[in-house]
Write a protein that binds this ligand. Structure first.
Ligand SMILES: [Zn+2]
Length: 443
C-alpha cells in the first residue's frame, strides 16, 4: 500500500466523520464543495467552486455553495483540485495479441482486465484503442458499455485498415487489396461499429534503419476514406512524415494517430493541418529513450516490477541503436509539437504505450515542449475527446457532460506532474475504489 492510498484512507475516515462519505459504485447525487476547478477547456483554475453530479452527469457548477437535498453525498474539496478524467487517444489494449511479437491473436482477457484497472487507478477514464484483435477489443468495449467490467470508457477502431504487407497489416489489421475488396471488408467492419476508423500510411516503419513497405494506392485511400464518411465514421491515419501526412489530408482524413516524426513540421504544413481541422495524437512517450519516469510512484503502483524491468531492457531503452535513434529524434519531435501548437493545430494527448500511467508522462513531455500546463491538460482531456469525436459527452467539467473526473491533492497548473497526485477517480459520477483495483500496489 503506498502513501497515496494510506492518505486516501485517512481522508476517507475524516470525511466519514464529518460528512457523508463518497458513494461507492452507484450513480447517486454527489456534491464536491469548495474545490479548485480546472475544467479542461484551458481556462484558469477557479477556487471555491461547488460541483453537483446527478445521474452520472455534471448537473450544476457554481462559484459558491449549492443548496442540495440532504441525501446528496458531500465531498470536501478544500485544498484539492478537480480536473476531467484523462483520456489517452492512442493505445492498443494489452491482452488481445498476447502471442509472440504481438502478432499471434491469442486473447488473454485477465491480463486485459488488469490493464484496465491500471488505467482507472491512474485516472485515465477513457481511451481510444488504435488497432487490436477485433474480436477481443470489440467484446471488451461491449462489456464496458454494459457495465460488466470495471474499465475506462473504451473507444476503438476495432481493426485498422492497411495494405497487403503494409504497416499494421499483420497484427489484427484489415488488409484491403482494391476498392471492391475494401468496400466488402469495411462493410463487415462497420457491423462492429468502429468509433473512429484508422488507416495506416507508412513507408519506412519505425527504427534507425528504414525499410520500404507498401502503401495503399492514393486513389484507393481517397475512396475508402470517403466511403467511411458516407457511413458516418470519422477517420484517423498513422503517419510519420510530412509527405504522407499531406496524402492523408488529400484523402480527407479527420485526424492523425501520431505527430510527424521524420520531418520538420514547418509553418506551411502546420497551417494545412489547421485549415483542414486535423486533430493529432501527440504520442511523444513513444520516442522516450530515458526510463527515469518508471520510478515515479504511480508507475511503481501500476506496473509490476518485472514488467518495468522488461521495459528498461527493451530496445527503446537499452542503449541500442534504436535507443540512440529515439534520443536523437526527441528534440525535433518536441519542436514539431510546439510549432503545430503555435500554429493553432489541435493536439490530443496519446501515448501509443498502452500502460495506465503513461499519459502522465505524455503530459510532462508536452509541457517540456513549451506548452503551458493548462493547455496540456486540455490536450489530455477535451482535445483527446475531440480526437475520438466524443467531446459533447466527455473531456471537460461542464454541465450536461458525463462526470468523469479526478480529485488531485496538488495543483497540476503549477506542475504538470501533479496530475499524478490522485486523491480520487470518478467515472460517470461513480467513485472508483482505487484501493480495491487489481494493480501491483494493492496485491
Ligand atoms: Zn499505435
Amino acid at each position: 500500500m503506498n502513501t497515496q492510498i494510506i492518505r486516501h484512507f485517512i481522508l476517507a475516515s475524516v470525511c466519514a466523520a464529518l460528512f457523508v462519505i463518497a458513494p461507492k459504485l452507484s450513480a447517486q447525487s454527489l456534491l464536491i464543495e469548495n474545490v479548485t476547478l480546472i475544467d479542461g477547456t484551458g481556462g484558469a483554475p477557479v477556487a471555491g467552486v461547488s460541483v453537483l453530479v446527478d445521474g452520472g452527469r455534471f448537473a450544476k457548477i457554481s462559484a459558491g455553495n449549492i443548496d442540495t437535498p440532504s441525501d446528496v453525498s458531500v465531498v470536501d474539496g478544500t485544498g484539492k483540485f478537480l480536473m476531467p478524467g484523462i483520456i489517452d487517444s492512442h493505445i492498443h489494449l494489452p491482452g488481445g495479441r498476447a502471442g509472440a511479437g504481438n502478432r499471434e491473436m491469442v486473447i488473454d482477457r485477465p491480463f486485459g482486465l488488469q490493464s484496465l484497472a491500471a488505467y482507472l487507478y491512474s485516472g485515465v477514464t477513457a481511451f481510444y484503442d488504435s488497432g487490436n484483435n477485433a474480436e477481443y477489443i470489440y467484446q471488451m468495449r461491449e462489456d464496458e458499455r454494459a457495465g460488466h467490467i470495471l474499465s475506462p470508457r473504451i473507444y476503438a477502431t476495432v481493426s485498422l485498415i492497411a495494405p497487403p504487407e503494409g504497416h499494421g497489416c499483420c497484427a489484427g489489421g484489415t488488409v484491403v487489396h482494391d476498392y471492391e475488396d475494401g468496400v466488402k471488408k469495411l462493410d463487415a467492419l462497420f457491423k462492429m461499429k468502429p468509433d473512429l476508423l484508422k488507416f495506416t500510411r507508412e513507408r519506412r516503419g519505425m527504427g534507425p534503419v528504414g525499410r520500404n513497405i507498401p502503401l495503399l494506392e492514393q486513389d484507393l485511400m481517397n475512396k475508402l476514406v470517403a466511403y467511411a464518411h458516407e457511413n458516418g465514421i470519422r477517420t484517423t491515419v498513422h503517419v510519420s512524415e510530412v509527405a504522407l501526412a499531406r496524402d492523408s489530408i488529400e484523402a480527407g482524413a479527420d485526424a492523425f494517430a501520431h505527430t510527424v516524426y521524420l520531418d520538420d513540421a514547418n509553418m506551411d504544413f502546420a497551417k494545412e493541418l489547421v485549415d483542414n481541422g486535423i486533430i493529432l495524437s501527440t504520442t511523444m512517450t513513444r520516442i522516450e529513450a530515458d526510463t527515469s519516469f518508471l520510478d515515479d510512484p504511480l508507475f511503481v503502483a501500476t506496473i509490476p516490477e518485472d514488467a518495468r524491468n522488461e521495459i528498461r531492457a527493451s530496445e527503446r531503452f537499452n542503449g541500442s541503436p534504436y535507443t540512440g535513434w529515439l534520443s536523437s529524434l526527441r528534440p525535433a519531435i518536441m519542436k514539431n509539437i510546439k510549432t503545430l501548437y503555435d500554429a493553432g493545430a489541435i493536439l490530443a494527448a496519446g501515448t501509443d504505450r498502452s500502460l495506465g500511467p503513461f499519459p502522465h508522462q505524455e503530459l510532462r513531455v508536452i509541457v517540456e515542449s513549451g506548452i503551458p500546463p493548462l493547455e496540456a491538460i486540455r490536450i489530455g482531456t477535451l482535445n483527446a475527446a475531440a480526437y475520438i469525436g466524443v467531446e459533447d459527452e466527455i473531456g471537460s467539467i461542464e454541465v450536461g457532460k458525463l462526470a468523469d473526473m479526478l480529485l488531485l491533492t496538488a495543483d497540476p497548473s503549477v506542475d504538470i506532474s501533479n496530475t499524478m497526485m490522485i486523491d480520487s477517480v470518478y467515472k460517470g459520477g461513480v467513485w472508483i475504489d482505487r484501493a480495491a483495483l487489481d494493480v501491483p500496489a494493492n496485491r
